[in-house]
Design a protein around this ligand. Structure first.
Ligand code: GDP
Ligand code: MN
Length: 361
């Protein structure tokens, strides 16, 4: 479960990592009486569960006297497809350099993996792609409660003296909060020392009870909407929308997309016995993701009838291409309904997935 930025920063603060002073507001009006707590400038940060908010207009540096108006504008926006419901208003930092520091579970070594880069603030994946040597990494035995000094020297180089305490505090937070990811991007230098200017923590779903977190807290508007319809749904980062019936079939579809070189935009399991209404809602929900360019609909008819599914697709009336794989009960009727309506139908999920990946190349 991904915590929001302000929750993640609260945790870091608890572990002694400096974070900017700030308040969370749910409307621009809540900012007005608190303006005195800031200097003559502040930063407004949309609390949406995606990275790259800076580029998308979700981070606003503003003179304090214009802050309420700027906050009002931010609340009216969607940042990378997510409506802004909460804003973190923070003191403006005087930033010198920006670094990247994170700890993640590395599945191949089954250990925490600590990453550090001298170029922070940017998309770390593109740094790793273009200049792999710029991202330093060390794995730490999961039995250790601290990162050993030699590992810190390897990781941080001549920054080891300054940053070892921060790295170890982050490591303790990572362990004790059952995180699968704890990331500070950027970790910045300021005249007042190092600060976590941004923070991201993902808590292991299996540890929610131990962490006192509500199980299955819907993360996003769309996840809440999906929950209301009774779908199992998760937002992912790609361009190919996925709808399946049954968690296994839907997971397999997502795996196949990845194996074929594509990226799934979501996981959506319509569940058993979905009728036209449910299918229509599912298709509209996925089509509503701004990132979705094509949709793979993978249905194995059983209790679910293919003709009902076909009607749901037709009623959704969406603009994106849908690659339809319908097999099983009333398959022929379903295909007949979709024939000549601009939908491409596939015998197997392999073909449907390949066509979707090809379509966005
Ligand atoms: P992200 O784009 O969603 O990862 O959001 P970040 O919180 O990382 O902010 C993006 C960028 O905004 C940072 O890399 C900084 O360059 C800048 N930024 C964020 N907070 C401050 C601040 O308090 N002062 C200044 N000067 N820049 C900031
Ligand atoms: Mn960031």
């Amino acid at each position: 479960m991904r915590l929001s930025e302000h929750e993640a920063k609260e945790i870091l603060r608890g572990y002694g990592i400096p974070v900017p002073a700030g308040i969370v507001i749910r409307s621009p009006g809540e900012l007005e009486p608190r303006l005195g707590e800031f200097g003559d400038q502040l930063v407004l940060k949309a609390q949406v569960p995606v990275g790259g908010r800076g580029k998308a207009g979700g981070i606003v540096v503003t003179p304090t006297k214009e802050a309420v108006a700027r906050a009002a504008a931010l609340f009216g926006k969607e940042i990378r497809g997510f409506p802004v419901r909460e804003v973190l208003a923070e003191e403006r930092l005087e930033i010198g350099k920006e670094y990247y520091l994170s700890i993640a579970v590395d599945r191949s070594s089954r250990s925490p993996l600590v990453l550090f880069a001298e170029s922070g603030g940017v998309d770390i994946e593109s740094v790793a792609r273009e200049r792999p040597e710029a991202v330093k990494r060390v794995t730490v035995s999961p039995l250790l409660t601290d990162i050993p000094p030699f590992a810190l020297r390897d990781l941080l180089g001549n920054m080891a003296k300054d940053l070892s305490p921060v790295a170890n505090r982050l490591y303790r937070a990572f362990r004790e909060k059952d995180a699968v990811l704890a990331e500070i991007n950027p970790l910045v230098t300021t005249p007042k020392g190092f600060f976590a200017a941004d923070a991201k923590i993902i808590v292991d779903e299996s540890a929610l009870a131990r962490q006192g977190l509500p199980k299955g807290r819907a993360q996003t508007e769309r996840e809440r909407e999906a929950e209301a319809h009774g779908f199992s749904y998760v937002d992912l980062e790609g361009e190919i929308g996925v709808i399946g019936n049954g968690a296994g079939l839907t997971m397999a579809t997502i795996d196949l997309i990845a194996l074929s070189g594509g990226r799934a935009a979501n996981f959506l399991d319509v569940g058993g016995g979905a009728d036209r209404e449910r299918v229509r809602h599912a298709v509209q929900l996925v089509a509503g993701l701004p990132s979705v360019q094509v949709i793979v609909l993978n249905i194995l008819g059983g209790i679910t009838r293919c003709d009902e599914v076909a009607k749901g697709i037709l009623e959704a009336g969406i603009s994106q291409k849908v690659m339809v794989r319908l097999a099983g009960v009333n398959e022929a009727e379903g295909r007949a309904l979709l024939a000549g309506k601009g939908y491409t139908m596939y015998e197997t999920m392999d073909e449907a997935v390949l066509a979707a990946v090809e379509a966005i190349r």
